[in-house]
Design a binder for this molecule. Structure first.
Ligand code: HEM
Length: 369
């Protein structure tokens, strides 16, 4: 535990974090309040009663059972629209090149937006199909802005950037670690024939290495690495040997926890083996934990698994050269160490690449083997 301001501490200890996030004793700080004029929602509310009520109302929409019922729609927004767009682009490029260059961060953002469109608004935005990058003009055009309740808004805010960040960093980590990419591609292609559309339950039963890759990616590049601040209760509290007076901000630093070497040895090495087989991940808290844990975790995991597995089954993927001409895919000897790409990123709630148009350009072609 580190004091980071007169009345604030930051914690990277898994037991303290799980204790603080585990109950309503430690409430969210006022920093979660929505701007004036926008009603509190499941994310922003500081009231345990409202939180419990909203989670009860919204939670079932993200249960595995409901997501299984929605699978066809989720597929339409993700896997199928990605394939349609990519196949068209590859057909256009059939001038002997047979490949397409794509800003994958942008495409993943549009896929995540289309998914939330279907689930939260009951409407397919076709954002990927139409290259609709600007959310507000898009919603304006669709004349739905007046109907956006605070709860829908939070699903857009909480569910789009996080999921696209997770998809992007996982693919970039794979592309910067060819030995890991080869292993996951070989797992996917040995388990499923070309043309098969891989479902989430296929992934869960047959792709353990992909699951470990995704978990490790969420550990090393958590899409929402934020400080998750909670208030010390009215009588103060003793934690980690320190007394914290009432109102102290206890910041549950997920990003720091994931880099804590006593929890994850050699934390800056991208190593999916950490989560392979029976190895559980109780301290991988990318989705937070406890009473205010992520409501959309199941949906995000479905998107991560089905998008990546189907992409790797159907297409060969490699990094494009950056504008500076640097070969991102370095010599094999460099990358066997589980390298995290040195890509500039910014964190404002979510952690995203600063220059995706430069650093997230990937080259795709139809799978050769
Ligand atoms: C990879 C994707 C995602 C990650 C890493 C992620 C991560 C998180 C984290 C760390 C929190 C806790 C934030 C805090 O306490 O300050 C959170 C809360 C939340 N997330 Fe997610 N999230 C993801 C996707 C989604 C999706 C797809 C949705 C909904 C469509 C969603 C909806 C929410 C909501 C409503 C909360 C607030 C829960 C509460 O306070 O009771 N998230 N998420």
């Amino acid at each position: 535990m580190v004091r980071i301001a007169p009345q604030r501490v930051s914690v990277a200890d898994p037991d303290i974090i799980k204790h603080v996030l585990g109950s309503h004793t430690y409430r969210k700080t006022p920093s979660y309040d929505m701007p004036e004029g926008i009603e509190a929602n499941a994310f922003s509310t500081r009231s345990p009663e409202i939180s419990t009520q909203r989670r009860r109302q919204i939670g079932p929409a993200f249960s595995h059972r409901n997501l299984a019922d929605m699978q066809d729609k989720i597929f339409a927004a993700t896997v199928l629209s990605l394939q349609e767009k990519l196949d068209a682009k590859l057909a256009e490029a059939a001038d002997g090149k047979g490949y397409a260059m794509v800003n994958i961060y942008s495409w993943f953002s549009l896929i995540a937006l289309d998914t939330i469109g279907i689930l939260a608004f009951g409407h397919h935005f076709h954002a990927l199909k139409n290259d609709a990058h600007e959310l507000v003009p898009l919603l304006n055009r669709m004349r739905v802005l007046n109907y956006i309740a605070s709860e829908n808004l939070v699903q857009l805010l909480a569910g789009v950037d996080t999921t696209s960040s997770g998809l992007t960093w996982t693919l970039l980590l794979l592309l910067h670690n060819p030995h890991i990419l080869r292993r996951v591609v070989s797992e996917v292609r040995s388990e499923f024939p070309p043309g098969h559309v891989i479902s989430f339950s296929d992934c869960r039963q047959q792709l353990p290495y992909l699951a470990a890759v995704i978990t490790e990616s969420l550990r090393i590049m958590p899409p929402a690495p934020g400080i998750l601040p909670r208030l010390a209760p009215a009588d103060g509290v003793r934690l980690g040997g320190c007394f914290l007076p009432a109102g102290t901000w206890i910041c549950c630093a997920i990003g720091a926890l994931h880099m804590n070497p006593s929890v994850f040895p050699q934390p800056s090495v991208f190593d999916p083996e950490r989560f392979l087989g029976e190895k559980k991940s109780p301290n991988m808290l990318a989705f937070s934990t406890g009473v205010r844990a992520c409501i959309g975790k199941n949906l995000a995991l479905v998107e991560l698994h089905v998008v990546l597995s189907n992409l790797l089954l159907r297409y060969d993927v490699r990094m494009a050269k950056s504008e500076s001409g640097k070969e991102w895919q370095d010599a094999e000897s460099d990358v066997l160490a589980g390298k995290v790409p040195d890509i500039p990123r910014k964190t404002h709630m979510t952690m995203n690449p600063t220059q995706p148009e430069r650093d997230c350009l990937v080259v795709l072609s139809h799978a050769q083997s």
